[in-house]
Design a protein around this ligand. Structure first.
Ligand code: CU
Length: 280
């Protein structure tokens, strides 16, 4: 009888852990990039604006129901690329989507309508059964002329793109150093996974100082898989998962090799720069 009870409890806990429900809000605010504040839209798990998009992480095999509420004053959508989407969520309405994540990987989450991702509505979803440390970097740039025109229904020239700010997880350096999702901490010999997404409209080029990483997954540059690199191109909308096994202790940056993206308001350093702190 005692054994039966134990099995019953175990089954119950398996069932509970195999499904999840996440409330997602599409919200509007402004991001402070050091100059004039830039309008910015994000996916958050609370109904208040936060300049950093939610990054969704789930264990392999889980079924997740996303309850997505659109709190902005125009219709938006919600897509987990490769898995499914909600095509239209009218202003101040909610829609739900249930997905069963039976394959591990790093995926783009975006508003798939028009250029809505350029509003800031692009983030990352990771399905993982890895038991080591994992870190996350969503690279994005912010073009106020596009954002204002898209949000207000105006026109903009798709051939002219001059972003004013560059962020990782919604933060420009040095604020990236206090973001636990992208501030890599570890020890020599650890296997550390780093998931990256280019949520923007232009290429980004992470450059690792101090170490090489092995590219394990890439959604666009599939020919990179298996390569040991210290720099690589991330195409717009591309996700990549790399493994870092540090061979020495130290503190090193990872920055975008396109140097304009490591500035804020024209001043260096800022923007797309994250850090590693590796112990003996
Ligand atoms: Cu460099």
């Amino acid at each position: 009888m005692r054994r039966l009870l134990f099995i019953g409890l175990l089954l119950f806990s398996l069932v509970v852990s195999a499904q999840d429900e996440v409330d997602v809000y599409i919200v509007e605010g402004k991001v402070d990039a050091g100059g004039p504040k830039i309008p910015f839209f994000t996916f958050n798990t609370r109904d208040q604006f936060d300049s950093t998009n939610a990054i969704f992480t789930f264990p392999l095999g889980i079924a997740v129901t996303f309850n997505v509420t659109n709190l902005v004053d125009f219709t938006c959508g919600f897509e987990v690329r490769g898995w499914g989407s909600i095509d239209a969520i009218p202003s101040n309405e909610s829609r739900s989507l249930t997905l069963t994540f039976d394959e591990s990987g790093t995926f783009l989450v975006q508003d798939p309508i028009g250029d809505h991702r350029a509003l800031g509505l692009g983030t990352m979803l990771v399905v993982s059964d890895f038991d080591g440390a994992e870190y996350y970097g969503v690279f994005n740039e912010h073009e106020p002329d596009w954002i204002e025109a898209i949000a207000e229904g105006g026109s903009y020239n798709r051939n002219i793109y001059h972003p004013d700010a560059f962020t990782i997880n919604g933060f420009g350096f040095p604020r990236t150093k206090s973001d636990a999702r992208s501030m890599i901490m570890g020890n020599v010999g650890d296997t550390i996974r780093v998931h990256m997404l280019n949520a923007g409209q232009m290429y980004h080029f992470p450059h690792w100082h101090g170490y090489h990483v092995t590219i394990k997954k890439a959604s666009h540059h599939k020919n990179y898989i298996g390569w040991s690199k210290d720099s690589y191109g991330l195409a717009p909308g591309e996700t990549m998962m790399v493994e870092l096994v540090p061979d020495k202790p130290g503190r090193y940056p990872i920055h975008n090799h396109n140097l304009v993206t490591t500035t804020v308001g024209g001043n260096y350093p800022g923007g797309m720069m994250m850090h590693m702190h590796i112990h003996e």
